[in-house]
Design a protein around this ligand. Structure first.
Ligand code: MN
Length: 488
């Protein structure tokens, strides 16, 4: 069970009565928040901190607790911040600094100096904020009354992001084959990925899955086909091709289970022993939260699994997409995103159809795949690239739209979207930033969720949204390059 420690700061100058009151108030606040967060993590009340030793102890305890995904800190009273130095140096978990109060309104009639002594987070949280800034501690500051819905939503987003980061910390990513030959953006530093995100990325021969596939029984394939028939509409008479894919999915499931895999890649350039590129087999797995990157794109695969985790319990869809082609009609520009097979059915507008078509690449048998039109709505596209000395996340706000006309000859699933702030600026900014043609698209998450993830993992982030100005954006990129050189 994920845990979030609720840590309240004070000091020992106030006397027993004030500290007792601070403890009671904090416990009540922690219990309230637990009621609103316990579908993500248990919020655990910790005894009010009054000394440097107590501060250090609770931060060491949180850091050593594998189930602790983050801490919420706030200063009920004043808490001289030198007592937090050792503690903050020891803290290894994401921190939410909750700038709140036990009371919502001021008690104008009764307020006196006792009340002021007890309830002074406006004072104490600034002292605490200073030492965090002085020490360079990355944290999320959430401001407002802790029972207000907008504040609770922000705390929940923090918890979702922290849970996703924690999930990634022990995630295994399997590359079946390597990345597509000569492609730059899908390559990356796998050692650095593990240092920064915990993603343990390893190569496996596709033969490992082939040998599992050869042992898959007819009964197992029949069970998988029953699952397909329940979820999707059979729109092909090529039953053999669908059976072949069902066999691959059963084999991939076994491989994933055996190796404890959270995300994987394959590549059409390395399919020895497979008669088709996995299509519906991969699509059906993606919808269950298994990360996937085609052409050996391990970064998108891992990011997909982590963002799917972050979106757990939220409305909306999350999955891998690829920028493909445009409608460049002036003023109504649209992007058509798809892939040669592997689009997650979470994006389907209506029940997907199982179809079999030849693949124009790779020289294998025509693979069965799910074909559908995409959903509409506000979303984000997130791309992770390796700059050589650091990773960069590019996050763009997009608006998914209904495709204007049917595309009866397009044999793959697709989404269409509009760029922000306008087509030319949005596309240019993405290209200046080095964003890949592969991204994780989500209508469940927002750029704020990605900002939290970037902060918790100390990853560079650039955002493209309705406020993006191309000149300022280019200057931001230049500044980030300069900053990276200074850090190195
Ligand atoms: Mn691709």
């Amino acid at each position: 069970m994920n845990r979030i420690y609720f840590i309240t700061g004070s000091q020992d100058l106030y006397g027993e009565e004030t500290l007792k009151q601070a403890a009671n108030d904090s416990r009540e606040m922690a219990e309230f928040l637990n009621g609103r967060l316990n579908d993500i993590a248990e919020v655990c009340f910790e005894p009010v901190v009054t000394t440097a030793a107590e501060a250090e102890n609770v931060c060491v305890k949180a850091s050593a607790d594998n189930d602790c995904i983050g801490v919420i800190m706030w200063m009920h009273t004043f808490s001289p911040a030198k007592m937090w130095i050792r503690a903050l140096k020891a803290l290894k978990k994401p921190m939410l600094h909750l700038h709140t109060q036990y009371n919502e309104k001021l008690p104008y009639d009764s307020i006196d100096m006792d009340f002021m002594n007890l309830n002074q987070s406006a004072h104490g949280d600034r002292e605490f904020g200073f030492i965090c800034t002085r020490l360079g501690v990355k944290r999320e500051v959430v401001v407002g009354y802790y029972r207000h819905e907008d504040v609770i939503e922000k705390i929940r987003s923090f918890a979702h992001a922290a849970a996703a980061v924690n999930f990634g910390r022990t995630m295994k990513v399997a590359m079946l084959g390597n990345n597509m030959r000569d492609v730059a953006v899908t390559d990356g530093d796998r050692v650095e990925s593990e240092i920064r995100y915990g993603w343990n990325v390893n190569y496996y021969g596709v033969g490992d899955v082939v040998s599992i596939a050869e042992a898959v029984t007819d009964a197992e394939i029949d069970a998988k086909l029953a699952e397909y028939n329940e979820k999707y509409t059979m729109a092909t008479d090529n039953a053999a091709s669908v059976r072949e894919q069902a066999k691959y999915e059963v084999a991939l499931e076994k491989f994933i289970e055996k190796e404890n895999i959270g995300a994987f890649t394959d590549t059409f350039q390395d399919l020895h022993g497979l008669r088709q590129l996995p299509g519906i087999a991969v699509q059906n797995l993606m919808a269950k939260g298994i990360g996937f990157g085609p052409e050996g794109d391990y970064k998108t695969s891992a990011l997909g699994a982590v963002l799917f985790k972050m979106a757990e319990g939220r409305k909306g869809a999350t999955g891998f997409m690829e920028d493909y082609t445009y409608d460049l009609t002036s003023g109504e520009e649209l992007e058509l995103a798809a892939h040669m097979l592997e689009v997650s059915p979470v994006f389907a507008l209506s029940k997907p159809e199982i179809r079999v078509h030849p693949l124009g690449i790779g020289g294998k048998e025509p693979p069965a795949r799910l074909v559908f039109d995409g959903i509409e709505g506000e979303g984000i596209a997130v791309s992770m690239i390796d700059m050589g000395d650091r990773f960069r996340l590019v996050c763009a706000d997009i608006t998914l739209v209904k495709q204007p006309e049917p595309m009866p000859k397009l044999p793959v699933a697709r989404l269409m979207w509009k760029l922000k702030p306008d087509f030319a600026t949005g596309a240019a900014a993405w290209i200046y930033a080095g964003g890949a043609h592969h991204a994780v698209v989500s209508t469940a998450l927002t750029k704020d969720d990605i900002r939290l993830f970037a902060k918790m993992t100390d990853t560079e982030l650039v955002i493209i949204d309705d406020k993006t100005d191309i000149n300022a954006f280019e200057q931001q990129l230049a500044m980030l390059d300069a900053m990276a050189k200074i850090k190195r």
